[in-house]
Design a protein around this ligand. Structure first.
Ligand code: SF4
Length: 430
């Protein structure tokens, strides 16, 4: 069995900028267009939320942060002045580790002024960019309302390298309406030609309430069929590794040493705190926080925003035996701002993670990591239980079906298991 070290507590921070120039037709993230008038008050509210949570959890003022991720939305819609303000706030409230991975998501397409923004990012310590490329096909980009072109992608990557930000990840989507296999091969060919360190690839999803969903329902467009999606998936799984991008997670490929440290936290079931509208967090509240001091074993597990006080919410929490909580913030910008202005954390959902849920989540998140997989010792260290005594039967069945393999104390997905990931993960829910 591989020996794992018990590590000190470490923390990742996610901060959400929920603004976009234009809403993409497939997107159901908390991101909104036309809210420029709220950018300044949103930044103020972010500061307010950080302050409120640090009153609740004072360790958050001193614990060095290992990974910082500013996502969106489109964080680069904020002006240089607004970014200066935001970076000043973060420097005031957080302690960064010297080696902190600091990622910002951005969309391609830079105005003259944004060269100065990238320089500011570089000077502040931002060292990784996640670029929403999605496709190099200009017709598809226009159809998706992405608001950028293939030429913008090249210009942005070139400019990032010029300012000295070299750790760049690109996102691609496959299964776009009308996309042929030849086109998908072209997209893969073009992304590996860029000097990227990391590629994330997602199949197009039809999300409720999106323009894409309305178009599909009305019959005006057709999505790719299952066979085509399957072939596209296989192509990506063989092509990207052949060009030096190892597949380390179901949807993520990296050059050696460039795996996303922040996203790996989610799969390793490590703590993170989210700030901003629509953000989520997962962490262990301190013993003297109002979450813990008010803990009583009665009531509902999921609370809604009508219960304003955290004490009230946690008083209603059941099965608080793993002592982790997961929370979600209000997804809309104005209620988020208003809540913070009233001196309240903007959380609308708080879930106590009981030990049963903890064990389940731990397993299927770990399995997403194709190399590390689900390690017996890691499970024991996290839960105090033997993996075989909790999930022995499930693991045996998945091994028999050829969806997992076992090696040196760890269970990993086989290629078939990675393809059938959702089925495999569902088997851990008891
Ligand atoms: S840029 Fe990203 S967050 Fe914004 S609408 Fe498009 S997909 Fe959604």
């Amino acid at each position: 069995m591989t020996k794992l070290n018990q590590t000190k507590r470490d923390m990742g921070i996610y901060l959400h900028i929920p603004f976009c120039k234009e809403k993409c037709i497939y997107c159901d993230f908390p991101s909104y267009q036309g809210l420029e008038a709220y950018y300044d008050s949103y930044i103020e509210a972010l500061e307010g939320e950080i302050r409120l949570l640090q009153v609740e959890e004072p360790w958050l003022r001193t614990l060095p942060i290992q990974t910082f991720y500013i996502g969106g939305g489109t964080p680069n819609v904020l002006s240089l002045k607004q970014w200066k303000k935001l970076l000043g706030i973060l420097a005031k409230y957080f302690v960064y580790t010297p080696s902190m991975e600091w990622t910002v998501e951005m969309n391609p397409g830079l105005s003259e002024k944004q060269f100065a923004l990238l320089q500011l990012w570089k000077e502040a310590g931002i060292n990784r960019i996640s670029l929403g490329i999605q496709t190099f096909n200009n017709k598809q980009l226009a159809f998706l309302h992405r608001g950028h072109t293939k030429q913008d992608v090249y210009h942005t990557v070139e400019t990032l390298l010029k300012v000295g930000i070299k750790n760049i990840s690109g996102d691609l989507i496959y299964g776009l309406p009308g996309q042929s296999l030849v086109d998908w091969q072209t997209q893969l060919g073009q992304i590996v030609e860029l000097p990227l360190t990391h590629v994330s690839v997602y199949g197009l999803q039809l999300e409720e309430g999106t323009l894409l969903e309305r178009m599909v329902k009305s019959g005006s467009i057709k999505l790719a069929d299952e066979d085509t999606l399957d072939t596209m998936y296989d192509l990506m799984c063989s092509y990207l590794p052949s060009k030096g991008f190892e597949r380390y997670e179901i949807s993520n490929f990296a050059r050696p040493g460039y795996e996303s440290q922040h996203n790996s936290r989610y799969w390793q079931y490590k703590e993170y705190i989210g700030f901003g509208a629509g953000s989520h967090g997962f962490y262990k509240p301190s013993l003297n926080s109002s979450y813990m001091t008010s803990m009583e074993n009665s009531g509902a597990e999921v609370m809604d925003e009508k219960d304003d006080s955290i004490k009230e919410r946690m008083r209603k929490t059941v099965n608080f035996d793993s002592s982790y909580i997961r929370y979600g913030n209000h997804p809309y910008v104005v209620p988020y701002i208003n809540k913070v202005r009233q001196g309240m954390l903007p959380q609308v959902e708080t879930v106590a993670i009981d030990s049963k849920r903890f064990e389940e989540d731990f397993c299927f998140l770990a399995l997403r990591m194709l190399r590390e997989g689900l390690q017996e010792e890691a499970f024991y260290l996290a839960t105090g239980k033997e993996l075989s005594s909790v999930f022995g039967q499930t693991l045996d069945e998945l091994l028999t079906k050829g969806l997992l393999f076992y090696q040196e104390g760890r269970y990993c997905l086989t290629p078939l298991g990675a393809k059938e990931g959702n089925y495999v993960f569902s088997q851990f829910i008891r």
